[in-house]
Write a protein that binds this ligand. Sequence first.
Ligand code: FEO
Length: 398
Amino acid sequence: MNSAIEIKKNIYWLGVNDRRTHIFENYWPLPKGVAYNSYVILDEKVVVLDTVERSQMDNYLESLEAVLRGRKVDYLVVNHVEPDHSGSIKALLCQYPDITVVGNSKTFPMLQNYYGITDNLLEVKEGDSLCLGKRTLNFYMVPMLHWPETMVTYLPGDNMLFSADAFGSFGTLDGGIFDDQVDLEYMEEEISRYYSNIVGKYGAPAQSALKKLSGLAIDMICATHGPIWRTHIAEIIAKYDKWSKYETDEGVVIAFSSMYGHTEQMADCIGRFLAEMGIKKIRIHDTSKTHPSYIINDIFRYKGVILGSCAYNGNIFPTMEILLHELECMGVKNHYLGYFGNKTWGGGALPRFKTFAEKIKWEVVAEPNETCGSMKPTDVEQCKAIAEAMVKKLRGME
Ligand code: FEO
């Protein structure tokens, strides 16, 4: 199928949907698939901006050929080298061997290491321009959004920002390609999950990029995943601003690991007390069932986090360890923390939670509780104490 759509005179979206890949970066779930977006500008020179993942190469090159109508590609702008966008570069260069590859000083070593590409390179720096004829491209570096080489390309006059992964989303484009053509409510979790899972670690670089780009007039944001933004530009930029400042809403994420149900009982008990105290946004997750992707996404939304785990082999339960490790690696900021454990004999969860709290620097709101097996009346009281302390913190009462 030809998947090229003209989004502005002589500017085309060349996107492909991937509904077969189950996990992104071989880790993050893709229940609604993912789209890879490439773009083409036809001027006196022809430029392609980023390509698509290798598995979609054949459809992509077919669509490109249809758009070109016999013309050749002069430039390939590589805003981001991650293979979901660079995977078709070698095939593109085979088909159009005279292409000049445009990137920055950090782009080219990566292209060499991944694909052995060393020739016909044009290095650009912050603020450099490339004239295509009637149109000119401007380049801005946005390092660590989310790789070191990442840059964005701006097209003045048309006021289009080719933003690489920034403002992207999981989920395929099921017909519509613009933000006003798709069901944004349906895509909402995939948009925030993309941010929290892929970009979330890089709040400070995202803030720097937002500041750098704030002076540009932007009528269209063309990201490499998800919809093209043209109607809700202010909203998506505001979301990025909020997320990258680690600003959250009132709510509590409770994540537990439980072998025989006792730790889950404690999670439910705390959830009930929170509800009685008026907290509505309560999200309880079982780490054995729910991928960290979704739990982390909720943690980016809500300020309160309460974690509970049974002991396992003298340590914390393995699936809780995965969640803690991921949160530590991401360095998620600005949360209140409560935690609790459960043991049959020696325990092991609480020391790990303590280390986690110290490492991630979240404020611990209450003394942790550790019970033995099923909940006793004192455990109910201690769960209540954790819930109360969390609500007081969330409401600024302490
Ligand atoms: Fe969509 Fe960082 O690649």
